[in-house]
Design a protein around this ligand. Structure first.
Ligand code: VLP
Length: 135
């Protein structure tokens, strides 16, 4: 049985998110707001298909993908870039590569008990977020 990401996940920690925002050229004022937000993730997973929403009081971000299928992602409301995105599995981990202007861009996501971990990387910066299952 592959990992089941379905549900609503509430942020419990967000280490070095501001470094990521800086690496994707988000301005100072926006970084200050964004790095203090609590994020909620809503994931609907059907086999290899994922519908994901990252929600906050300031901005929301939605992206849908299918494992192994590359697509053009528009990071709307974030840095508004276009990247070529592909998510694959590495065991129970999801591994995302976002090819574009910024090197080494992507994320990894995995479960530990009722916690969801997300590591976001851009250039030499790494952010580690943890979410707790709420529904
Ligand atoms: C929005 C989200 C920041 C909340 C903060 C507002 C740049 C794996 C995958 C989704 C991602 C990470 C996306 C990060 C979204 C931040 C406003 C900032 C201005 O996660 O969970 O499938 O792609």
């Amino acid at each position: 049985m592959p990992a089941d990401y379905n549900g609503r996940w509430e942020m419990v920690s967000n280490d070095k998110f501001e470094d990521i925002l800086k690496a994707i050229d988000i301005d100072f004022a926006t970084r200050k707001i964004a790095s203090h937000l609590s994020q909620t993730k809503e994931i609907v997973q059907d086999g290899d298909k994922f519908e994901t929403k990252t929600l906050s009081t300031f901005r929301n971000y939605e992206v849908n993908f299918t494992i192994g299928e590359e697509f053009e992602e528009h990071t709307k409301g974030l840095d508004n870039r276009k990247v070529m995105t592909m998510v694959t599995r590495d065991g129970d981990k999801l591994v995302c590569v976002q090819k574009g202007e910024k090197d080494n861009r992507g994320w990894k996501q995995w479960l530990e008990g009722d916690m969801l971990h997300l590591e976001i990387h851009v250039l030499d910066k790494v952010c580690h977020q943890v979410f707790k299952k709420s529904q």
